[in-house]
Design a protein around this ligand. Sequence first.
Ligand SMILES: Cc1cc2nc3c(=O)[nH]c(=O)nc-3n(C[C@H](O)[C@H](O)[C@H](O)COP(=O)(O)O)c2cc1C
Length: 384
Amino acid sequence: MKKIVIGVTGSIAAYKVLEVIREFKKRGEEVLCVLTSEATKFVSPLSFSILSGNEVIVDFFKPRETPIHINLANSALILVAPSTYNFIGKVASGIADDPLSCIIAATSTPVVFAPCMDTGMWENPVLQENIKKLKKFGYYFIEPEIGELASLKIGKGRFPEPKFIVEEVYRILNSNKRLKDKKILVTAGRTEEDIDPIRCITNKSSGKMGYALAFEARLQGGDVTLISGPSSVFPPSGIKFVEIRTTKELKKEILSRVSDFDILIMTAAVADYTPMQYSQEKIKEKQLTISFEKTQDILKLAKKKNKKLFTVGFSLELEEHIKRAKEKLKNKCLDVIVSNDVSSLSSPQAQVTLIDKNLKTKTLSLLSKLEVAKKIIALIIARI
Ligand SMILES: Cc1cc2nc3c(=O)[nH]c(=O)nc-3n(C[C@H](O)[C@H](O)[C@H](O)COP(=O)(O)O)c2cc1C
């Protein structure tokens, strides 16, 4: 049984979604409806609560044990049907000022929009740009049909048949299950190595790449655990989240879990060196020399502990990127290595080369880290 959230917005076709709810209920799904206040001008929440068998959410600020956007963000899927021109614009602009847009802002589960509107609105380039933008972020769309509209004119913008909507939703849900039953451990962010109680040595990694990979792996149905060093990125919902700070803590968390996992994606920028001495007092010397020793190769240790583990490593070099990445791939017995460019550090974008076990190499153009994550996950799916 899946929990499906159906968001209804202020379209003339809002009544048609009652049939969509019935179709889901017939298939044994749990349905929860969220109506925008404009939707309630077209349909009564009463019909939605009777057909769904659940309370209908309209009021954002009604006192509840858990805020509604946190509670519903973990559903199997969010379907916005019908979806207005206005609502698509809101989500594309990052506005979250009603329960439905806020649930969408907080979720990492698939979101499907079924737009319905007058042809003029559908063809408006502003809407088309918004849809393009949302698709890029991984949102799904069920295209409206060409047919008779509320104005009695014929054109594109008609709400599709409820049965078609339901079939499309299942198709999308199933396409998201390519990592179903896979346990995936993702590491992200940087580690910090202490020098004294106040200072540490670290690197410039932001964690963005690892968080994007955790998001994408979860979207593909994976059971994801994200172990993260210090990072200002907000973890995606629906995953297990473990915070670490030092390389030692990272090693402990990985090695204590790794036997149970199928895939390890190691994006964390682990310190290669750690100070050989730690001062209990704040260091005050005028000149300071610190000796460092090499840290252990956690990826190698993890592979040793779980020989079946599918391992993905990252490499960042200033010279001979590909040659050195290939050497690391072999030395660490990795299944895939991602050769990163130094410009990707802390950036929302990355330019990477993907290399698999057979040394098959693919250099990608400069993409957002979410797009890069999609390509990496697609390669993992193709190789496992
Ligand atoms: C009678 C009537 C029918 C409407 N039908 C649609 C529609 O089918 N699609 C659409 O995008 N907007 C439609 N609108 C405009 C939306 O209701 C309006 O943009 C509203 O602010 C949407 O609010 P919401 O997106 O928060 O639900 C209609 C408005 C009226 C008065």
